[in-house]
Structure formats: C-alpha cells, structure tokens
Design a protein. Structure first.
Length: 275
C-alpha cells in the first residue's frame, strides 16, 4: 500500500482556508483555527476546535501545541507573524489572493493537497455558474456607481474580487480596489450606492455615524438612502462564501430584480444637506 502523505492535522489562520476545507468535506482535519474562522464557518464551534491567534498575531507555541503538519495562512500579515509560523516548525502554505481567478486557484490548490481535486473543481464551477447567472440577469440594466469599503479608519476600498462581484451584479465600482482613500475623495465621486463591509466588524458597521462624521449628507447615496452594510464575512472572505456577498450586492444594486439577501442592512436615519 502506498503511504498517504496528505496532511492530517491542519491549523488554519485564514477564514477562507477554513471555508474551503469545509466545502471540500475535509474539515475533520482541522485541529486549530482563528475566532474569525469560527464566525464564518459555524461548524468549527460545534467541533470544539482549538482557537489560536490569526495571521496578524500568530504565536509559534500555540501553533506547536496543536501539533500540525500543515499551517495555512494568508496576507495581510506581519513579518513577525510569519516568523512565528515558521518557528513552529510546521509546513506553511501562504495564500495571497487578489482576484476571483486567484481565489479559484486557492480552492484548486487546497483541494489538490487533500486529494479532493474533483470536488474543488465542482465548487469552482458552481461559483462561476452563479456569478454568470447574476451577470446575465443584470445585463442591459442601468449601472449605478458603487463605492465599497473594507475598512473605515483609514478608508480602504474593497479588494479587486469585490470590484469584480460589483460588476457582475450590475454596478460600476468606483475608486481603486484595495487602495486607501479619503472621505473627500469619495464624496467627489458622488456614488449612488455605498457599501461598508469592515474587516472583523460582522454586520455592525455604524452607518449613521459613518455618514455624519464624514459629512456625506449631500452624497447621492445618502440622499436616496442607499448606504448599506454587508456582513464582513460575505465580502472579505475569499472563498465560496463570496456568493452570499454577491447576492447581497445584487439586492443592493438592483433591488427591483433581486430578492433581499441575508447579511444586508440599510441606513435608517434621514440626513439633511446641512447635517
């Protein structure tokens, strides 16, 4: 019998890796993960898997204590955190996706490592089919201008894969994906829709406070009540869960054509131009 060299004990410092493991049916190999993994993948809580620091604050001892034969992490991370991961002595797979194509590659890579390549390809195909179905439904409709942000202080625009999903959902992404910007610069673009999905904030972005502090009362998106929060996990986790984010974006951009989606919240306060 050939020796099976597939990793049996995995520490995931990246929620997307945990979601991919769950999607390909290999979550039972996970021995430790981060609290953010547990947020996006509830099965983790049910399994009682050990919680460890994430890619930003990795701790060699905690990783070593889990006795993994593979650690999966991703950027952004700090140099000190990488040193801690390497110090643990476990093999290290680092992911750095930017685009949807990169995400498909990550799914393919992880599924290949665990001898689940066929399932990985099925997941990729399912994602592509849904994205194309929504793109087709939104085709030939007005394309409102959309600003999406992944962080609020400083303001950082959402990643390139979010820009791709906005386009697929029938909107025009404004600004430079993944780049830092300012409240004044966004206001000058006068978007028709604003979406806030702050990393680690879940669905708790304070929309009214955001508008007030940035003096955005005169913005088209604010005047028409089209300022939204989409759950962080749905847009900032580069994994199959992005389909939830896509559905939410479609409901935001073309509410008359797409149903209300989970993880979506709209601003409620009315702002006067002088506010």
């Amino acid at each position: 019998m050939p020796v099976d060299h597939t990793p049996r004990r995995v520490v995931s410092l990246q929620p997307s890796a945990t979601v991919i493991l769950a999607a390909i049916g290999e979550l039972d190999r996970l021995v430790a993960c981060t609290k953010y993994c547990a947020d996006v993948c509830p099965q983790v809580k049910e399994c009682g898997i050990k919680i460890v620091p994430d890619s930003w604050t990795a701790d060699a001892q905690q990783i070593s204590d889990a006795a993994p034969d593979l650690v999966i992490a991703a950027v952004p991370y700090q140099e000190k955190a990488v040193a801690q991961i390497l110090k643990s002595g476990a093999r290290f797979l680092g992911l750095a996706p930017k685009t949807m194509s990169d995400i498909y590659t990550d799914i393919s890579t992880i599924s290949g490592i665990f001898r689940a390549a066929e399932r990985g390809q099925q997941i990729i195909a399912e994602m592509q089919r849904e994205i194309e179905a929504i793109r087709e439904q939104a085709r030939n409709k007005p394309r409102p201008r959309v600003f999406c942000e992944e962080w609020g202080k400083p303001i950082i625009a959402s990643q390139p894969w979010v820009a791709e999903l906005v386009q697929a959902a029938g909107g025009e992404f404004i600004g430079t994906p993944g780049a830092r910007t300012s409240a004044e610069a966004v206001l000058s673009e006068n978007p028709e829709i604003v979406v806030a999905a702050w990393c680690g904030a879940g669905d708790r972005v304070p929309l009214e406070k955001l508008v007030s502090e940035r003096h955005w009362a005169s913005m088209n998106a604010v005047k028409t009540h089209r300022v939204y929060c989409i759950r962080d996990e749905f847009l900032n986790t580069p994994a199959p869960t992005l389909l939830y984010g896509l559905r939410a974006l479609a409901a935001v951009i073309h509410p008359q054509d797409f149903p209300q989606a989970p993880g979506l919240r709209c601003i409620t306060q009315v702002f006067s131009p002088e506010h």
